[in-house]
Write a new protein. Structure first.
Length: 115
């Protein structure tokens, strides 16, 4: 299924993979993604507004502004989807960390809820 590394994994293989997750590393990655999303959003906003201030007329100018607007919109979509489409990665990390610390992330140790 495309570039999805989990597409060919069984549920058990995914749980085994999850057993090795270090919540601190996940948290650091989530924070970097959110910081990148903020920067991307600022850049996209400038891409949307700056071309309006350039004194340039004609078909080339119109095409450039349309292209710039499309690029800015694409960048905004990326900024809106930094971490699984949520703006609360700490909830995912907190849940993973609780499971990890309690040992419930391992199969057969009382964990009846599987992700």
């Amino acid at each position: 299924m495309g570039n999805d590394p989990f597409a060919d994994m069984s549920h058990e293989e995914m749980l085994d993979w999850l057993d090795k997750v270090n919540p601190a590393i996940v948290q650091a990655g989530a924070e970097k993604l959110l910081a990148a999303a903020d920067v991307i959003e600022k850049i996209a906003t400038e891409l949307k507004t700056r071309p309006q201030y350039v004194e340039w007329r004609g078909r080339g100018a119109d095409s450039f502004r349309a292209w710039g607007g499309d690029l800015a919109n694409a960048a905004l979509r990326i900024a809106d989807h930094p971490c699984c489409g949520c703006d609360r990665p700490h909830q995912v990390v907190d849940s993973t960390e609780r499971r990890w610390r309690s040992g419930r992330h391992r199969r057969g140790e009382g964990d009846t809820e599987r992700p």
